[in-house]
Design a protein around this ligand. Structure first.
Ligand code: HEM
Length: 490
């Protein structure tokens, strides 16, 4: 083939590819929607992972299009997604017209990745059935039963931090808090003692962290799963990597066998899941234990990490919280109980403000399972489109929260909380798919904060990154360089 023919063919190919890409990138304008920036190959996600996290990129589009359209069309690589901007539309998607949006659009592969098929990832009737069966294991009565286990681990956290103070007063608290929640959730979801507080490199921590670190391979797996599900099945790709699947399956089945043999009864999720044995296979129960672990360890440790940061920067808030905690416990003969913990009003305001400013899961997703005409517009959302709902944007919008960068627990006092516009503060999501483990997440985060504030004065240290920057390699909210803080024993 002569060089000229080769060059002509190459130009022809390139122009066909260009036409194809342009066609893909006109998906939203063809349907009358406004759309954000787009460029091959990242679509609208330029800068994500190198300059900002995806929630910040959504926030950029949110601010650019707010007031102009109820939702803006974007592209995840070449796939169209629709970012919600208007709170009324958000209410329709999450609650009122939920039947058109019951899935999250996550890829699942029952054969090769059973651990990835759970309440978080399922959609439709399968999701509904699971959710109905699981809801009773998260009631406040069941949480109270688990309180004691967490209380003991909270004391252990304090003891271990005290030991550390013999060597240094500067502690990297993100990793200590991850180790704390690995111990709590490993204990209640898998019935094992991970001993992560004692041993930095516990197995459970290794596999847990593997799920929350974005890697190039992880992105490729996610892309193949959402773009070409049948190819993903052939490649045996699922929601989690294979070793994560095998590990969690193995430890859960081992625990079940131990429990059945020894007839041990404990107040934990394993026992409650065992109660569903007639309805589900071991693999299905393991998948639920896995999502309890995954949903519970990074989220609560992220929340506590950012709370400690704000408490260190705001000593007046910290002092008032300590006063509330000390008095409350003292008046109850020195004993912390579930009711005392949930009766701490100022702690509750602080936790709410932490969740507002730093939502551990900053974006939640829905997927249209049928066409949806947006009320009072001519716009129709097509079937099969992923809809990111970026709580991060609403919760930091000055229209809804004045001076949003300010950490101000008073936003959540008895009077002000009533004034918050519905659907603008949704750190646990909303509607029928709202976080199932909210009470547990709040309980363990409140226990951790209570125990630490009761025992230590927490201050910024020379190594504290102020203002804090976000870790670009984590889909959840995490600080870039850990959380270094100065601890002094009271
Ligand atoms: C501070 C802690 C936590 C935060 C901020 C949080 C946040 C969230 C968010 C934003 C969602 C998505 C909701 C939606 O799409 O509307 C979610 C779902 C979920 N969370 Fe949590 N979570 C936390 C703790 C936990 C814990 C401790 C567990 C388990 C014990 C858990 C289990 C789940 C499950 C199973 C779902 C899926 C619910 C469904 O799709 O029906 N979460 N969580």
């Amino acid at each position: 083939m002569s060089l000229i023919i080769f060059v002509v063919l190459l130009i022809l190919c390139l122009s066909l590819v260009r036409k194809w890409v342009n066609k893909k990138f006109s998906y939203w304008t063809d349907r009358g929607f406004m759309q954000g920036d787009r460029a091959f190959p990242l679509g609208s996600l330029g800068g994500v992972g190198t300059k900002m996290i995806i929630a910040e990129k959504y926030d950029y589009y949110y601010n650019k299009f707010k007031g102009k359209t109820p939702a803006v069309g974007l592209y995840h690589f070449l796939s169209p997604v629709l970012l919600v901007i208007d709170t009324e539309l958000m209410k329709n998607i999450l609650v009122r017209d939920f039947t058109s949006f019951h899935g999250r659009g996550l890829f699942i592969n029952k054969e090769d990745n059973p651990i990835g098929v759970n309440t978080f990832t399922l959609s439709g009737q399968e999701w509904r059935d699971r959710r109905v069966k699981l809801t009773p294991i998260f009631t406040s009565g069941k949480m109270k039963m688990m309180f004691e286990l967490l209380d003991v681990l909270g004391d252990k956290l304090v003891r271990i931090l005290e030991d550390q103070l013999q060597y240094t007063h500067e502690l990297e608290m993100r990793s200590w808090l991850q180790r704390f929640t690995i111990d709590t959730i490993g204990n209640v979801a898998f019935g094992i003692e991970p001993n992560a507080l004692e041993h930095e490199n516990s197995e459970l921590a290794f596999y847990g962290k593997k799920m929350s670190n974005i890697t190039f391979l992880g992105i490729v797996r996610f892309m193949i799963g959402s773009e070409w599900p049948s190819l993903a099945k052939k490649l045996k790709i699922g929601f989690t990597p294979k070793d994560v699947n095998d590990y969690f399956l193995k430890i859960f089945v081992e625990t079940l066998e131990r429990r059945e043999k020894s007839q041990i009864k404990r107040n934990d999720f394993v026992s409650l899941l065992l109660g569903l044995k007639d309805d589900y296979t071991n693999e299905e129960l393991a998948a639920e234990a896995f999502i309890i672990f995954f949903g519970g360890f990074e989220t609560s440790s992220s929340l506590m990490t950012f709370l400690l940061y704000e408490l260190a920067l705001n000593p007046d808030i910290q002092d008032r919280l300590r006063e509330e905690i000390m008095t409350g416990i003292e008046e109850n003969d020195g004993i912390l109980t579930y009711d005392i913990l949930f009766g701490f009003k100022y702690l509750d305001m602080i936790v709410n403000e932490g969740l507002r400013k730093y939502p551990p899961i900053p974006t939640t997703m829905r997927k249209t399972n049928k066409e949806y005409p947006i009320p009072n517009t001519k716009l129709v959302i097509p079937e099969g489109v992923i809809i990111p709902v970026n709580s991060f944007s609403f919760q930091r919008d000055p229209e809804y929260f004045s001076d949003p960068e300010k950490f101000d627990p008073e936003r959540f006092n008895e009077e002000n909380i009533k004034k918050i516009k519905p659907f603008t503060n949704i750190p646990f999501g909303e509607g029928p798919r709202i976080c199932l483990g909210m009470r547990f997440g709040l309980m363990q985060s409140k226990i951790g904060i209570t125990k630490m504030i009761k025992s230590f004065v927490i201050q910024p240290s020379e190594k504290t990154q102020i203002p804090i920057k976000l870790n670009l390699g984590n889909p959840l909210l995490a600080p870039e360089k850990g959380m270094w803080l100065k601890f002094t024993k009271i």
